[in-house]
Write a protein that binds this ligand. Structure first.
Ligand code: ADP
Ligand code: MG
Length: 694
């Protein structure tokens, strides 16, 4: 049995290691940088770098890399060794403060959405000292942000860090109004639950669609679906358990607080949830979780699928962002307190979130939009594409009572009074277990359930931080000017409930009635990524982002371009993979089976037998062969048409409205041919083989 406390964080250059290895002055000065965002002095950086290098070498590292999160889906790294030549032909191991704080990087191969002309292709990475360095393999990883020389953000972490600052500042203004002046920082805390599939590598290797796109593009429904499987929370099979155990250990070494693991609803689907932490660390950790899942799976002869919908007809995978606010004293601002005063504060923060989510529902929806997530949102297992808030009956009743007080001005006595009554502690409502709500209050935190499983949590977290900061700043400005604090407080809370009540929905988000009802309420319903993404650049949202200096106008536009481009590229790769699968494998298999059937009929004619079933199959199969042949031709024509469209939005729109429907049509025919084909003739392992073979 390994000693887990000793194992935990053993590969992280964390506070404990810093304290142990750095001079007290250096340590304090680094701490100031981390706590107060002060610039890092080069002499301090040199000392930190030297300590880091010695520590890393003791742990077996030979290289270092700046580690960053460009606008691609994954993290980026470029490894340099510590070696430096000596005069006598040998080497010494070196690592300078300069190398620690700033790295130059050829940015031209990373998406920039036109932010960087090629003649100024260089970008730079800069150490984010709020995120600990760590060791993976034989390299020291230094978490960094990634910017152009002009200072524009080319990554996902920079805007996130900016949004954390804003949220902190605005939250402090509110706390101060409540007389709380000892709090120095307010941080957004996040726990991201990660869903994933594990399948056998042998099966995976036989499917081009999984290899090229991460999801199956064809596949007839297996006889046994997930409805009767009872996989959710089921006993974990030994092979999976071995994977999970190793995964936990690897993550613990990296300081990731891996905590909960269980089977999910679909066969072969699982979940891992870490204990929540500050949002930028949670973002890094979620990337590490995804990467580690893949490498550990590989060691077990498995493949980890992080796609939002690897198998049609089965549950897709999401990533729930549990989000809350905490003071540096550890007080959770979304936990109702034990005094009337702290409850008034709780209600104010609650109303800020309700207002933010209603006011900015379009950009919140846009923050989770991707080609992969389009396969999941709005299906009967994931939240709908309409943003709404679940509060639970108890809290909704309380808000109702509060609001009525003003509406009916004394005629009807309210049940609760702001700043007088103590609120009950809310437990996670049982009805909330259905998970149909995109944004749920779960007792002392919020759970945003729209993000897809492969998405970095940086984007949606940045948006949540920013929209809440915006509402808090409006409230703070109003309250700071108020003559009668308590009166204004009550007024603001009641007004928020009245104005934004439409976003609260405690019912079944999967139902058709909700879609109709949501429309009546005027809520945004952007079913696809292409409909959702342009919200980033509408006037209101540009004003929001620029006001809080999260993105410049140029940066928002560039990001939209990148996201639209990624959308088109993703579907295009799927379309091309489909073409290849149909032409190289499926069509030949279909004609082979046709040939067998024809030969059987021909042979049988010698005996003048009728062979009705074979003849039926022949006509069905030859029809099907024609259909997939024509479908493939149609798809190819459309892929060629796409080449003639140049603007990012036009391309994405054509992809969504013309290419995707053709792919769907093609799949339906191919799947029905698969369902009628002898197993040995179908070129790929089927859903049954892949999902039920453990
Ligand atoms: P469920 O599956 O019921 O939603 P889990 O236990 O799987 O719940 O996940 C809940 C997640 O919420 C965990 O990552 C947990 O650490 C996180 N969480 C709990 N409290 C907070 C908080 N105050 N802020 C952010 N995340 C939190
Ligand atoms: Mg969970």
């Amino acid at each position: 049995m390994t000693d887990i406390p000793e194992l935990f964080g053993s590969l992280v250059f964390n506070d404990e290691v810093m304290k142990e290895r750095l001079d007290l002055n250096i340590y304090n000065s680094l701490h100031d940088t981390i706590e107060e965002g002060r610039p890092l002095d080069i002499t301090v950086a040199n000392s930190v770098a030297a300590a880091m290098k010695n520590w890393a070498i003791e742990k077996g590292a030979t290289h270092f890399t700046h580690w960053f999160q460009p606008m691609t889906g994954i993290t980026a790294e470029k490894h340099d060794s510590f070696i430096s030549p000596t005069k006598n032909g040998g080497v010494i191991m070196e690592f300078s403060g300069k190398e620690l704080i700033k790295g130059e990087s050829d940015a031209s191969s990373f998406p920039s959405g036109g932010l960087r002309a090629t003649f100024e292709a260089r970008g730079y990475t800069a150490w984010d000292p709020t995120s600990y360095a760590f060791i993976k393999g034989t390299s020291l990883y230094i978490p960094t942000v990634f910017c152009s020389w002009g200072g524009e953000a080319l990554d996902k972490k920079t805007p996130l860090l900016r949004s954390m600052e804003r949220l902190c500042t605005e939250s402090l203004r509110i706390l101060k109004l409540f007389g709380n002046t000892s709090v120095k920082r307010v941080i957004a805390t996040v726990g991201a639950e990660q869903e994933y599939f594990l399948i056998d590598r042998e099966m995976y290797d036989k499917r081009k669609d999984l290899i090229f796109t991460g999801r199956t593009l064809f596949g007839a429904k297996p006889p046994k679906g997930q409805s009767v499987e009872h996989h959710y929370y089921g006993a974990i099979k030994p092979r999976i358990a071995a994977f999970m155990n190793e995964l936990d250990k690897e993550l613990w070494k990296l300081g990731v607080l891996a905590k909960t693991k269980h089977n999910e609803a679909a066969p072969a689907q699982h979940e891992l949830a870490p204990i929540f932490t500050i949002v930028n660390t949670a973002t890094d950790h979620n990337q590490l979780i995804m990467e580690t899942m893949k490498t550990v799976a590989d060691r077990h002869g498995l493949v980890c699928l992080l796609h939002e919908k690897p198998f049609e007809g089965m549950n897709g995978s999401g990533k729930h962002i549990n989000w809350s606010l905490s003071t540096d004293k550890g007080e959770n601002l979304f936990a109702p307190g034990d005094s009337p005063e702290s409850n008034a504060q709780f209600l104010l923060f609650l109303c800020a979130v309700i207002s933010a989510v209603d006011e900015y529902q379009d950009v919140l929806r846009a923050s989770v939009a991707s080609a992969g997530n389009d396969n999941r949102l709005g299906s009967s297992e994931a939240p709908p594409a309409i943003v709404s808030i679940f509060l639970g009956d108890e809290l909704t009743d309380i808000l109702d009572a509060l609001e009525k007080k003003e509406t009916y001005g004394g005629k009807e006595k309210s049940e609760v009074e702001i700043g007088v009554d103590i609120l009950p502690h809310f437990t996670k409502d049982v009805s909330d277990r259905n998970r149909t709500s995109p944004f749920a209050f779960t007792g002392n935190k919020w759970e945003f359930r729209m993000p897809g499983s492969s998405l970095s949590i940086a984007g949606p977290s940045t948006v949540i931080n920013t929209i809440v900061a915006e509402e808090l700043s409006i409230i703070a400005s109003e309250l700071e000017k108020a003559e009668d604090f308590n009166y204004s407080l009550g007024h603001i809370i009641r007004r928020a409930i009245r104005r934004h009540r439409r976003i609260i929905f405690n019912g079944d988000g999967y139902s058709d009635e909700w879609k109709t009802e949501a429309k009546k309420r005027g809520l945004t319903d952007n079913a696809s990524a292409v409909d959702a993404l342009p919200a980033f650049v509408n006037d209101k949202n540009i004003a929001l982002f620029t006001k809080h200096r999260i993105y410049s106008e140029k940066e928002v536009h560039s990001r939209l371009d990148i996201l639209l481009g990624t959308y088109t590229d993703t579907v295009l790769i799927e379309a091309q993979t489909m073409l290849e699968m149909v032409r190289k494998d499926i069509y030949p298999s279909v004609t082979k089976y046709l040939k067998e059937l024809c030969e059987t009929v021909k042979l049988a004619e010698n005996y003048t037998a009728m062979l009705k079933s074979e003849k039926d199959m022949i006509s069905m199969y030859s029809c099907g062969a024609d259909s997939i042949y024509e479908g493939a031709c149609e798809l190819e024509t459309k892929i060629n048409t796409l080449k003639s469209i140049s603007d990012a939005y036009g391309r994405a729109e054509f992809t969504a409205n013309s290419i995707l429907p053709t792919m769907k049509k093609l799949r339906i025919v191919a799947d029905s041919l698969e369902a009628h084909c002898p197993k040995n003739l179908w070129p790929y392992p089927d859903y049954g083989d892949i999902l039920f073979n453990f």
